[in-house]
Design a protein. Structure first.
Length: 193
């Protein structure tokens, strides 16, 4: 049970950081991400500053479950949730009707990129936190997306408040997720395969 206790301790530290408005550098089922409380505009602004980017489309949120997704996107077509359930690899959905999140996270068109990660650390953190967490690649805008912590720039590591222990990385794909956009009417557009 030692591993279980260590995992819980790491999750608790991440939660403390999120609740204090801090930034995390954490593993996901794809690549390492920079994250914060998706309802905290000041924390979101810090991520933009750290990445040297104001591109709202580069920011997505991780949710614990489809039920959590529904609370933060109120115009998503039902088909989107069917696709989410059937996905066999990491998939980000761009959904209409973003609501209840930091305004500086939502692009003009009112959409939100969401993903339910298949990752023990993330799931535990998200369930305990109870709201979405920002996830954006751990790089300066325009630079290569780092696959693992060993590829993350020092500037990023120094710019966050807590770095999750790489022991909790799990078995990531080490590449960005596929992205599919949905309109309110259910039209589908593949953005990244």
């Amino acid at each position: 049970m030692k591993n279980e206790t260590e995992l819980q301790h790491e999750v608790d530290e991440a939660l403390r950081t999120l609740r204090e408005g801090g930034l995390l550098l954490y593993p996901t089922d794809t690549v390492w991400g920079i994250g914060c409380d998706a309802t905290n505009a000041d924390a979101v602004a810090r991520i933009y500053a750290l990445k040297r980017s104001e591109n709202k489309k580069s920011m997505l949120v991780l949710c614990a479950s489809p039920d959590m997704v529904v609370r933060y996107v109120n115009k998503a077509p039902g088909i989107a949730f069917e696709v989410m359930e059937l996905a066999t690899s990491p998939l980000t959905l761009i959904l209409p009707g973003a609501t209840g999140l930091a305004a500086n996270l939502i692009p003009e068109e009112g959409t939100l990129g969401v993903r339910v990660p298949d990752h023990e650390f993330c799931r535990r953190m998200l369930r305990a936190f109870g709201r979405p967490i920002v996830s954006t690649s751990a790089n300066i805008s325009g630079e290569k997306t780092p696959a693992g912590l060993d590829e993350v720039a020092r500037e990023i590591i120094d710019g966050v408040d807590f770095v999750v222990n790489p022991r909790f990385e799990g078995k990531p794909t080490r590449k960005a997720s596929s992205i599919i956009a949905f309109t309110e009417g259910g039209e589908v557009k593949i953005i990244r395969e």
